[in-house]
Ligand binder design. Sequence first.
Ligand code: F6R
Length: 241
Amino acid sequence: MIKAFETERELGFTAASTLAKQLIQNEKSVIALPTGATPLPMYEALLELIRFGIVDVESAVFFNLDEYIGISPEDPMAYAFYMNKNLFSHVPKVFHRIPKADTDSPEQEAMMYENEIRKAGGFDLCFLGIGVDGHIGFNEPGTPFDSKTHVSDLDPSTVERNSKEFGRKVPKSAITVGLKTIMRSKHIILMATGEEKSAILKEALTGRVDPAVPASILQLHSNLTVLVDQKAGAGLQDQRQ
Ligand code: F6R
């Protein structure tokens, strides 16, 4: 199902409401979260729903999708820092895991992370953004569809783009939840905003299912919701509801 919105704010509210509905139905739900620019309006709306007492996140289990390798969680480039700043420092203590990427053994951390997700029962609801190269999480083009949580070498274009707001280069590798782990989620919400996502979104959702476009695997998910703003959804007119 594809839903198009006039503004990013409306999109964010719908995403946050979907999370609220999930937690109202099952307060112990396991939720996967992305970082980046796209989900910011969702986190803002979610904080409002929490403040109004509409949703309670205390019993939920949150896993982030990815983290850069080799920087401390306190580094402003770290996704741990981002999550704290934009969500978790504003809510009561919750169970939240993000890959520990300031470790000597990222491969081992990736394996442990996968096991923790499995032990938690997998994701009930997984939120995703999409990279302009078609990545989801940090599963870059060419990542096998059967990948579990692993160490990923980032595409130079991803490093370039994600470095822009920091004035220094983000790390070249990351730990990311794999495509198979994402695909096992009971419900996936893919969010995309802005003109720069329009072409890749169309390719991912209507083109060939091919590891060259990692997000194309989402075509095979039985419960996928795509939330777009007008610009990102420009190429998908026929598919929209
Ligand atoms: C980040 C993540 C990435 C981003 C993608 C889009 O945790 O999983 O796949 O969702 O790079 O980033 P933005 O939203 O900044 O365009």
